[in-house]
Design a protein around this ligand. Sequence first.
Ligand code: BES
Ligand code: ZN
Length: 642
Amino acid sequence: MRFPAFATCLALPFLAAACTADDLPDEERTVAPILTSAQAQDEFTYARPLEARVTHVSLDLDLDFEGKRVEGTATLDVDAADDATEIVLDSNGLVIGGITDGNGNALDYEIGEADPDNAGKGEPITVQLGEMTGPALQQIVINYASGPDAEALQWLEPEQTAGGEYPYVFSQGQAILNRTWIPTQDSPGIRQTWEARITAPKPLNVVMSGISRGEPEDVGENRRAFEFVMENSVPPYLIAIAAGNIEFAELGPRSGVWAEPEVLEEAAAELVDTEAMIDAAEEIYGEYRWGRYDMIVLPPAFPYGGMENPVMNFPTPTFIAGDRSNTGLVAHELAHSWSGNLVTYSSWRDGWLNEGVTSYFESRISEAVFGEKRANQEYALSYASLVEAIEEQGADNPNTAMRTPDGISPFDTIGPAIYDKGTVFLRTMETIIGRERFDEFMRGWFDRHAFQPATSEMFLAELREYVVDGDEALEEELMLDEWVYGTGLPENAVAPDAEAFAEVDSAAAAYAADGTLPATETWTGWTGAEQQRFLQELPEELSADELAALNEQLALSDSGNNEVLFLWLEAALRNEYQPAVAQAEEFLAEVGRNKFVAPLFTALWETGSWGRPIATRIYNETRGGYHSYTRGNVDQIVGYEG
Ligand code: BES
Ligand code: ZN
């Protein structure tokens, strides 16, 4: 361990952010420390940042829609220890043309073997630094293209867009996918600033998760160049791009939305609360530090609900319900501007530090903007999915710990132990400590570690330092270690308000008892969360007659809310309800959001001889339209072997 973090200020300018000296020049202050503790280690990178690390990435890339690849150069600023002779980068399938130093002198490099136990980790690129030793800033220039199966990038055919006329591309970097299109050290604890110049064919517009610099420039051959810059250091999974026939609508003084013209108006209408959400978030945890807050509402093939790419969040269009009932998603991605983007886990095993803290913060924003009732309902839904997951997995299952076990793919740690247990943990802390004191602590957490990596033990140590402060009774009451490292649900967990779903739950009970359906007006008067709760409480087994009656009374198959429609389709398929198959097929052909797609295929598959041929038939049609993440999951569900 040559460079213990927080120890060396002046000798090692690239660790300068670890120092509290306020008189450092700005450009040095943006270089974030590398944490050296055991908890901070990331097993999914080949990089050895304490020897040599990337501090800045400069991309100069062409989007090649015919070849479905990006091609160009990545210039990396490297900080190397005195005796370092090489730097190790992450890559996955990149096609490397050559590597030079900043002066154009060729550098030796080697592309190593992929780790056979972990395909997603890709293969290391080890670059000899040649004469470039010493602590001074140095550059390496990599000529490259993304490989044919670059998993971060999804290239859409015009048919997969709303307009149907132009191709589209977007990236999804989290967790370890950006190494399929950017050769850098792809680890959340190795923060980097970046800039990019991207060319695309007219009339496509390009957006990135950085501030746009100047107007697009005509570069001939029917192409334009777009420039972006991110001056705050970020974990590299947050570098993101999208390009298509997209237009912009302003939402507020610092916010706006990009989308295809066909969906721009409804997207903007659904997002009218954005500026109020930013204001509310700032009120709770302090200044929004990224400048602009824009979003791009992607085509429905996008595999996630949303992705918190800085200054340009990426939401799915499936959150649009017409009544803003699913905008918790926006609150969530916005909240990541603090938890996740400002302060970031160093290892994927601390997923809760990003996702759990964010889900809690999301509920606070919801409360401030939409009121306590909605926030309480969202908390009750979250609590219910945690309890259900723990029941399913067993209270002693290591996967129910907030700090997840090692050796698990960072894609597979996503789940209730991270999101919902994290939410319930922080809500419990808030309740015991008191909101005011807890908020002060959280604000301090974000301030102390702004633009830096963090770990579970840092969070707990600071809670003890700033809040517990030697109070043994309080320490015992909080059960901190049990929450973070223990399995199951600690006994001090704050249960949701019993009133949150009182009406809906009694309606669900009445239905289960004797088939009494809620009146149509009752149903339509319910919030999105209430409708979801009712559908989640339905009996597992329903006959065709019962499903028909439900659909008749509640018009489920006509719902404009995709969360509701999804729950309906899932219940229908699970119960082999033939009349729902055509709509399910249509839905699965359009929507690639894993949260919907994977469970629908599971529902079909688990019925056995009824649903398996249907699943296979549908999947043969739809597989090509799914992002690699969704495809990977459904491949497993249906045993797809190509
Ligand atoms: N950062 C996540 C998505 C993610 C996590 C991608 C880990 C890859 C690895 C994003 O903020 C998220 O949580 N999305 C949720 C939104 C929901 C909780 C409101 C989703 O996509 O469902
Ligand atoms: Zn999230």
